[in-house]
Design a binder for this molecule. Structure first.
Ligand code: DC
Length: 209
């Protein structure tokens, strides 16, 4: 079984996708981490994420960045990831890895922006996880201040709106709900309620009509 989980920044899709993978004993891939690794590779070598040639070269060396590097989760890295993610050459470099992962025996859960539309258009279940911009900004603000990052709610909301606009308006595999994806709005749901809702959708799809 392949499950695609897409949605905008801070919608809760990563936590949800991890919990789904655990519950159904599936492998899990955070595809955003691949774009973050490309962004971080550029930042670490003092290169500009908007430079298309450098970005594609960094995508070839994405394995140089450890998945445990804490800098992957920094806001600066997220910003760089969003910029390199608009580069078609970068997307093409990362596509095959994601598809191969999805085909692994036993099935997989992948979360990102274009899993249901581009990476796994034949996924067995597609979830589009979202929440209002205000709720997402509040969650991200709490997460950042919890880690000791000095910021304001307003700055986080503005950054999130910019990221949403960039991810949704780019020409290459923009963030959008696949026609056959199930919409899951987590604005008023905690993780347990979101997981229950997702499992109902997955179980119904798995049993078939
Ligand atoms: O989910 P995230 O914040 O870790 O993703 C970082 C950036 O990577 C995000 O701004 C958009 C991009 N991304 C993408 O374009 N396609 C994906 N499948 C996953 C992430």
């Amino acid at each position: 079984m392949i499950i695609a989980v897409d949605g905008p920044v801070a919608a809760g899709k990563g936590t949800l996708a991890r919990r789904i993978a655990k519950k159904y004993s599936l492998k899990y891939l955070d595809t955003g981490a691949l774009y973050r690794a490309v962004g971080l590779k550029l930042l670490k070598s003092g290169q500009d994420p908007t430079d298309p040639v450098a970005a594609v070269a960094a995508a070839r060396q994405v394995g140089d960045i450890s998945p445990d590097d804490p800098a992957l989760r920094d806001e600066k890295t997220g910003e760089a990831a969003s910029i390199v993610a608009a580069n078609e050459g970068v997307r093409a470099k990362l596509l095959q890895y994601q598809r191969d992962f999805a085909k692994r025996a036993g099935g997989a859960v992948l979360d990102g922006r274009d899993i249901g539309t581009v990476v796994c258009p034949d996924a067995d279940v597609k979830l589009f996880v979202t929440a209002s911009a205000e709720v997402r900004a509040r969650r991200r603000f709490d997460e950042l201040t919890g880690k000791g990052t000095a910021t304001t709610y307003e700055a986080v909301l503005e950054d999130l709106r910019l990221r949403d606009a960039r991810d949704s308006s780019r020409g290459a595999a923009p963030l959008k709900k696949a026609l056959d994806a199930h919409l899951l709005d987590t604005s008023k749901l905690d993780i347990e309620a979101a997981l229950d809702a997702a499992c109902r959708i997955i179980d119904a799809a798995h049993k078939g009509p």
